[in-house]
Design a binder for this molecule. Structure first.
Ligand code: GDP
Length: 182
């Protein structure tokens, strides 16, 4: 794994975060991009994004990850947010069933506006709050299987599976991209 931004990269991938407001998208991104947890995140208006360089099979991949920065609260996400994205983390909060029920709506948006072979990882975040769980892990797994998504429960707070979720997405994007260029 490499994190130097000065190196020449072999690929540049765009990926997006999506899901209801408050599920932990910004905190997942800051964990992944800057290895930190922001307890008091203040959603600002306007898309935010972060870069991270990742080495996969000797290739240096620069991943640009877009965050809604709170715009989903105002239904203000437009098709340009998804355009050109090769991957997505679709996030819900395991302590709020409504955020899981909305996964299908977000999936529809991703499929309507994103690339047809976009890699989508379904993420059940806040696994540290198991005592207030409203969505069983099995429900997430079943939905992911039926929709052909990769699935993972994460905790941005405790830094559990965050790295794994993003890296799995990048690995799968790379696998598709390298097949295409054969
Ligand atoms: P966003 O609106 O989807 O970007 O969500 P944020 O990243 O702003 O997080 C919303 C709230 O959930 C904040 O108060 C975070 O501190 C909190 N939060 C985010 N991830 C976790 C997590 O894994 N565990 C817990 N307990 N709280 C979290």
């Amino acid at each position: 794994m490499a994190d130097s931004f000065d190196e020449e990269c072999d690929y540049l991938f765009k990926a997006v975060l999506t899901g209801d407001s408050g599920v932990g998208k910004s905190n997942l991104l800051s964990r992944f991009a800057r290895a930190e947890f922001r307890l008091d995140s203040k959603p600002t208006i306007g898309v935010e994004f972060a870069y991270r360089n990742i080495k996969v099979a000797d290739k240096l991949i620069k991943t640009q990850i877009w965050d809604t920065a709170g715009q989903e609260r105002f239904r203000a996400i437009t098709s340009s947010y998804y355009r050109g994205a090769l991957g997505a983390l679709l996030v819900y909060d395991i302590t709020r069933a409504a955020t899981f029920e909305n996964v299908k709506k977000w999936l529809r948006e991703l499929r309507d506006f994103g690339n047809s072979d976009m890699v989508i990882v379904l993420v059940g975040n806040k696994s540290d709050l198991n005592h207030s769980r409203e969505v069983e892990e099995e429900e997430g797994r079943r939905l992911a299987e039926s929709e052909d998504l990769f699935f993972m429960e994460t905790s941005a707070m405790d830094n559990v599976n965050v790295e794994e979720a993003f890296l799995e997405m990048v690995r799968r994007i790379h696998a598709i991209a390298s097949q295409k260029s054969l």
